[in-house]
Write a protein that binds this ligand. Structure first.
Ligand code: A2R
Length: 324
């Protein structure tokens, strides 16, 4: 690694994958905020020299936080979702933000299908039934089915398309909602989410978090989904109004839900935990060794590419980069 790169200070705010920390440490001067005896004093002394921040961000990196780093050039975000960074603020202040798209698309799409089938056919519950010895006393109750269902995808992006592609193999009808109709997709487009929810009985959400999508799936949408309705959320928890969801599940406004993401992770509302028919996962969409390795490497490679003067590999749309 070059001596010039080695002088560049890069900050990680909270423990990250070893691959990320080792990769950054090898090429740059790595600072680990959580290891500092006095974080505030560290930020005061070293904040002005930091040129990049990397990792996943539990506490949102908004303008107020980012102002502590007047020489910041780059935020390398772990994950395709980057609602933990105020990318619009970064764009306005000459800071590039990168994320880790594509390398996790198939993994999350696979998990989505697994969660869908688990929720419909009650697979975790059936597993518990065998383990408890309940089978000795009779058969597992019959479940609902995927057969004949219509599926609506909120967010037909990279992952949404990969989910749709898999669903085609299941012979189900597919529709989608997003802010715009897409050319060259064979699925029916709905201009409104409520309109789509009325027409389908499974809603799969794979949209980004942030202010624009906050509580997009609300009481009205759930009502429209109907009593046979199933909600699968693998995007961001904030996209669902959790209180409305709990109410709808309790009132049987919809049938059930399969959730990999929650509004305040890792805290999951007790009301959901208490419902035996919903399936709850701890945000594991991309969480395989292989895929996380690819994501971690992309975090490091974005930094390397940027500081070698080659531009970011995967900048987010709010911080476009054009070579001058
Ligand atoms: O709205 P469009 O046509 O740009 O479609 C995007 C959709 N989307 C929205 N749909 C409705 N209302 C919104 N306010 C809104 N904002 C965005 O979400 C697009 O089809 C989709 C996002 O797709 P991609 O950017 O390709 O992201 P990818 O790689 O599929 O990942 C989706 C999300 C991440 O943002 C993380 O939150 C999560 O999966 O891991």
């Amino acid at each position: 690694m070059s001596a010039a790169l080695k002088k560049i200070p890069v900050l990680i705010l909270s423990p990250s994958m070893p691959l990320i920390m080792e990769g950054i440490d090898k090429a740059f001067t790595l600072h680990k905020l959580w290891e500092q005896p006095d974080e505030a004093a560290f930020l005061k002394t070293h904040g002005p020299s930091i040129r990049a921040i990397a990792g996943g961000f539990k506490k949102r990196l908004d303008g107020k936080v980012l102002k502590q780093f007047p020489n910041l050039e780059f935020v390398s975000n772990f994950g395709v979702g980057y609602d933990g960074v105020d990318a619009a603020w970064c764009g306005q202040n000459g800071i590039i933000v990168s994320n880790t798209p594509d390398v996790l698309t198939d993994e999350v799409a696979d998990l989505t299908i697994g969660l869908l089938l688990s929720t419909i056919r009650q697979l975790p519950q059936a597993d518990g039934f065998v383990r408890r010895g309940d089978w000795l006393n009779g058969n597992f109750p019959l479940t609902t089915t995927l057969r004949g269902r219509k599926i609506g995808i909120l967010g037909l992006g990279r992952i949404g398309k990969a989910v749709a592609q898999r669903l085609e193999g299941f012979g189900v009808e597919i529709a989608y909602h997003g802010r715009k109709k897409q050319a060259d997709v064979p699925y029916k487009y709905y201009r409104t989410l409520v309109g789509m929810a009325k027409a389908v009985d499974v809603l799969i959400a794979i949209a980004p978090g942030g202010a624009d999508t906050d509580k997009l799936i609300n009481a009205e949408v759930l009502q429209a989904l109907g009593p046979e309705g199933i909600l699968i959320n693998v995007g961001r928890g904030t996209v669902v109004d959790e209180k409305a969801l709990i109410k709808a599940l309790k009132a049987k406004t919809i049938l059930t839900a399969g959730l990999d993401v929650f509004a305040d992770e890792p805290r999951v509302p007790q009301a959901l935990i208490d419902m035996p028919h919903v399936v709850l996962l701890p945000h594991v969409g991309s969480a395989s060794h292989d895929t996380r390795r690819l994501m971690g490497q992309l975090v490091v490679d974005n930094l390397l590419s940027w500081f070698k003067g080659k531009g970011p590999l995967t900048p987010v749309p709010e911080t476009p980069w054009a070579k001058t």
